[in-house]
Ligand binder design. Sequence first.
Ligand code: UDP
Ligand code: MG
Length: 307
Amino acid sequence: MTAISVVIPIYNESGNIQSLYERLTSVIKRITADYELLFVNDGSRDDSLQLIKELAGKDSAVGYIDFSRNFGHQIAVTAGLDHCKGDAVVIIDADLQDPPELIAALYQKMNEGFEVVYARRKDRKGESWMKRTTAKYFYRILASITSINIPLDTGDFRIMHRNIVNILKQMPEQQKFLRGQISWVGFNQTFIEYDRDVRNSGETGYTYKKMIRFALDGITSFSTLPLKFASALGFFVSVAAFIISLYVLYSKFILSNVVPGWASLMLVVLFLGGVQLICIGIIGEYISRISANVRNRPLYVIKEIRV
Ligand code: UDP
Ligand code: MG
């Protein structure tokens, strides 16, 4: 029996692992002696794995999963959820942007009768204007186009009851957008607020490319509005095209004043071509995800595990 598991995705965090370990241990020891710290090494290129193995050698509460390559943050967390044993499971970033000390409050709140307690960011220190602004608007747009209630200004830092984790393990989709999946599960969910610190050491593993992919996963996993938008746009353009073609016929046969209209022809062709490409692109986003799920590949490959 394990009371609390802490799942920690690791991608090039060698400068943070020691102080993270110390802060986590001192907080959780005050709650229970029965806990595990499960590090998931997501293909780090630095000596993170070495540091984790040293901790595991000294402390039996430390376990680790080592991926064969970088699979991404959400998948690393998923692997941790798949293999942890705790009755309560905490997800936390390794860079100390999520203060470990908050776990005590999260745990206490959970015991008041909540299945999920997430930590909501009041302030985001030290993150670029670009990152704060894109994140802010992304979550607001997502909230307005999805049917489920994904909390605003919230990362994956949270505590969950074992029941929630068991349900997440039954959700086999390939595009993991955990904060959306957890909201989808339901039960009693609440939050506490905190100030997000600056990254302790190292640099963000979330490149803009990864952020865009993550945002697209969130939208396509929880909203079909873009598909509906594509159909609506297609319909609107077809109606407009029909009206314009009536005018073209009118000009040709009644007014008889047509001159070789290269410019207008090009405009119409370009416009229609553009709209068609947008729609095909939107549909393609979904099809690519359908095909990923049909393939049914395992989500990750573990090189070594000790839990
Ligand atoms: N991370 C990961 N795989 C990745 C990128 C990040 O496991 O491909 C981990 C990283 O080590 C950290 C957490 O995910 O524990 C959050 O990443 P990061 O701090 O780089 O993201 P940011 O806070 O800048 O959004
Ligand atoms: Mg961070």
